[in-house]
Design a protein around this ligand. Structure first.
Ligand SMILES: [Zn+2]
Length: 114
């Protein structure tokens, strides 16, 4: 059993996900405690930049083509990073615990073994 890292109590500690599901739609905390939103990757931006870069390079516009290639690479890195961050936050939410006494969620790693 995990104890709350704040009040050190165990009797009010529950798993976050079932607790959140048990809350009424307009209950206090229903929105605050909700699972973080999924990140919708918009791959059309780097894909469009890549197509534009190929067209520019084939038209011998080397400088603009390379610039668009860099933009495509940067947007790809940013999208992958944000997507990973969102997945990790959602995974953390699914395993989180919640202290009803302190009104605060915490991860099992933060919780105190008792
Ligand atoms: Zn607590």
């Amino acid at each position: 059993m995990l104890a709350c890292p704040q009040c050190k109590g165990t009797d009010q500690v529950v798993k976050l996900e079932p607790y959140w599901r048990s809350l009424g739609q307009d209950a206090e905390g229903k929105r605050d405690l909700a699972c973080p939103p999924d990140f919708k990757a918009q791959w059309q931006w780097p894909a469009g930049c890549l197509v534009g870069a190929v067209l520019l390079l084939s038209a011998s516009e080397i400088l603009w083509g390379l610039a668009l290639l860099v933009v495509a690479a940067v947007t790809t890195v940013v999208i992958r990073y944000r997507s990973t961050q969102a997945q990790e936050a959602r995974a953390r939410w699914h395993t989180s615990m919640y202290c009803r006494h302190c009104d605060r969620p915490f991860t099992p790693a933060e919780g105190l073994a008792s």
